[in-house]
Design a protein around this ligand. Structure first.
Ligand code: GMT
Length: 379
């Protein structure tokens, strides 16, 4: 098939999932066109069957706010027509789903029928999506998508709870390439980050308030009082400054290493003992799944889709949001039984291996292409 993928090209999980999906489809022989405002961070231009189209927003001075959605729509029309795409798959509803719908209408007027699938990822529904100013557009775009998927049962439920949507939403979970993560651990990195044999904790996120990064630091600080430990923080974002201020105030700067954004964090993550994820809400928790695939157990919050990903007592332990004491206690408990939890993490992650998930997307693609063909014939 000839597939167009629209996503955010940044470090967020939705962009990572979209990119990995496109790369896996290309490996299967499909032709994949990425349509985004920048090259997705994990998109290797040397890979066969993969193409990239940049959406360029003008800087015309009349516009205080540049009309990104319109430029994206025009680009979608252009790429679908000239690359003869069979379907569009848009990741993160805002504004990709409504742009895809608009492109579909323009193409229909030209006699071209293209289906589009919207995959809901998280804050497009749970945070941003709940802003009433977005609701009518998102609801409409979901209703008009040829198919809608959500990355967890929890996100599917949240969508029905917060939007007046009546259509079917299929759950297709995020996935992982187990083979890529299994051998990621690097003893030299371990030596570099824990030279005195300290326990190594790690957190990966975009440091937005929803991640509650300060809870990560509080848990770490409490653990460090009980044993030698260091914390690696991967990523960057609005709460980084507050995190640095906290470390300075608590005298932990030497043991908290801010590594910034990383394209392939798995070698670092795999060299650690425990992954901490303290989010207020998390529709899936891809970062936790990546850690588990490296054999690193996860101490996280019992919220959104995380219980579907991290089996408590097996791959790690779940805790109430904000309960720093429970998280500290449970993190110590996991470290005391590390071998058991490491095995559990690998076992739990393998449920999401790409080999299980990719065929579900391929089946859905075949279904929507057939559906639109049939609709086109009847029109
Ligand atoms: O909402 C975000 O944080 C951004 C979004 C993204 O683009 O990374 O993350 C969401 O999608 C990921 C991939 O499906 C999920 O693993 C994250 O759990 C989800 N984030 C939240 O729900 C907070």
């Amino acid at each position: 098939m000839r597939i167009g993928i629209v996503c955010y090209p940044t470090f967020g999980g939705s962009g990572v999932v979209a990119t990995e999906l496109g790369l896996a489809l290309a490996e299967e022989g499909h032709i994949v066109h990425f349509i985004t405002y920048d090259r997705p961070v994990r998109l290797d231009p040397r890979i066969a069957n993969v193409f990239y189209h940049e959406v360029r927003v003008s800087d015309y001075p009349l516009f205080d706010y540049q009309p990104y959605e319109l430029v994206l729509t025009s680009k979608l029309v252009d790429v679908v027509m000239h690359e003869r795409l069979d379907l569009l798959h848009v990741h993160y509803a805002i504004p990709h789903a409504s742009a895809a719908w608009m492109a579909q209408q323009i193409l229909r007027a030209k006699g071209i029928h293209v289906p589009f699938i919207t995959t809901l990822h998280g804050t497009d529904i749970t945070l941003v999506g709940r802003d009433p100013s977005f609701e009518p557009v998102i609801t409409f775009a979901m209703e008009r998508s040829t198919a809608v998927t959500a990355v967890s049962e929890s996100l599917r439920k949240d969508t029905y709870d917060h939007f007046p949507v009546h259509r079917e939403i299929q759950v297709i979970p995020n996935f992982i390439r187990m083979d890529r993560y299994a051998s990621a651990a690097n003893p030299q990195l371990r030596e570099r980050f824990a030279p005195r044999g300290e326990k190594l904790l790690v957190h990966v996120s975009n440091f937005r308030p929803v991640k509650r990064v300060m809870d990560v630091l509080k848990v770490f600080t409490a653990m460090r009082e009980q044993m030698p430990a260091r914390l690696l923080l991967i990523g960057d974002g609005p709460d980084r400054h507050a995190a640095e201020t906290f470390c300075r105030a608590n005298g932990t700067c030497n043991d908290v290493l801010f590594l910034g954004k990383m394209t392939d964090p798995e070698a670092v993550v795999a060299s650690c003992d425990l992954f901490l994820l303290t989010s207020e809400t998390e529709s899936f928790g891809l970062a936790a799944l990546e850690a588990m695939a490296c054999g690193v157990p996860v101490v996280t919050t019992d919220t959104g889709g995380t219980p579907e990903v991290v089996e408590s007592g097996v791959a790690g332990l779940l805790n109430p949001v904000g309960d720093v004491e429970a998280m500290t206690r449970n993190a110590m408990e996991v470290l005391a039984n590390l071998d058991k939890f490491r095995k559990g993490a690998l076992q739990c992650a393998s449920r999401f291996d790409i080999a299980r998930v990719l065929p579900r997307y391929e089946a859905l693609y075949a279904e929507v292409v057939e559906q639109v063909k049939a609709d086109g014939i009847h029109q």
